[in-house]
Design a protein. Sequence first.
Length: 425
Amino acid sequence: MTEPATDIERALGVDRGRLVSRLMALGEIGAIDGTTGCARLALTDEDRSGRDLVVTWMRDLGLDISIDGIGNVIATMPGFGATPPVMTGSHIDTVSTGGRYDGNLGVLGGLEVIETVIAARERGDLELARPLAVGFFTDEEGARFQPDMLGSLVYVGGMAIEDALLIEDSDGAVVGEELVRIGYAGPAPLPGPAPHAFVELHIEQGPVLEDEDITIGVVVGVQGISWTELTLNGQSCHAGTTPMRLRRDPGYVAARIATQVRELADEFGEPQVGTIGAVTLVPNLVNVVPSTATITVDLRNTDEATLQRAETKFREFVALAAEAEGVGVETRTLARFEPVDFDPRVIDIVETAANDLGLSSRRMPSGAGHDAQMFARVCPTAMIFTKSVNGISHNVTEFTEPADLEAGANVLLSTMLALARTEFV
Ligand code: GLV
Ligand code: MN
Ligand code: MN
């Protein structure tokens, strides 16, 4: 049950200039020379500097800040006792070829909403039944430590903190040690308390909104994600002297698997997608048949049963291709999350907020993983998308027009105020 918005609430709007200038300031940390891109892999020095800047802004607003054992940072409006907040947030870690908007918009958009609401309350014209909170969650990208969405997963109790702290990156650096090193191993208990509701603002990272000239994506759910690392072990030998029939070449098997992933996605049709994102050959030399090939496979689908069928077909092909070449296979699951449906009540609230602001919108699933999909396990949750220019993301050219950033943040503002007025029964 949602109480109607007051005229004062309807008149509120975020400050576009302040939002953009914070996004640009954060984007300077880890900036990639000669581009507008950004590299702030989770728990690196750059991540620490980005965290410090955002925490400074949170402090400047007088928010209560909690840091938990996996380094999630949550800032809550003070003065509401133990009332569960309406929470928003996202991540500020990036892939190493990232942009300035993925995740960062959700965090700084949330901060912008809270600053707008605090100013209205200081003027004395806004009642609020619950506090608003904004968080950033550790290692959402999963580019350095797998699985992705690690911080929010631990926050909602989906992984024990003890296990999360032991995860290593590809160079052997350990989550727990890196958290201590950058000063973000905090005392707040895990799993964290469930918010009243959660809503995340994010760039779409795809081309649909731009293609259809629609301003707001009302996100109904997130597709399932299956990440696997395959290590293929063969026989390294001389590239000139070894006849093809006598080779056990893991590079060749990796190439066959890459082709099969594409063919499998084509055969299943949309929304199935499949990607070989990382390939490492050892020793990686022009005249040496490799001893080892390591590849990562990313399969996604909005339907769990179809995703499982794709995984089965993929595994069968890997076994056959490896056996035919006499190559051994070690398989490691890096991440596996089922598709998530968001809460219909929160979806309706987001849609109504967009309509009331006169913004065009459409319902859509998310192709990317997001922290919101973890919060959906513990409280009513949904998401808001804004356009991505050319649909490009995980790329230094990632861009969203300031007017679209503002529109998305205003939908977030209206949605959070509506959620604060909503009793979920
Ligand atoms: C996170 O960005 C993902 O890979 O979906
Ligand atoms: Mn993201
Ligand atoms: Mn991302």
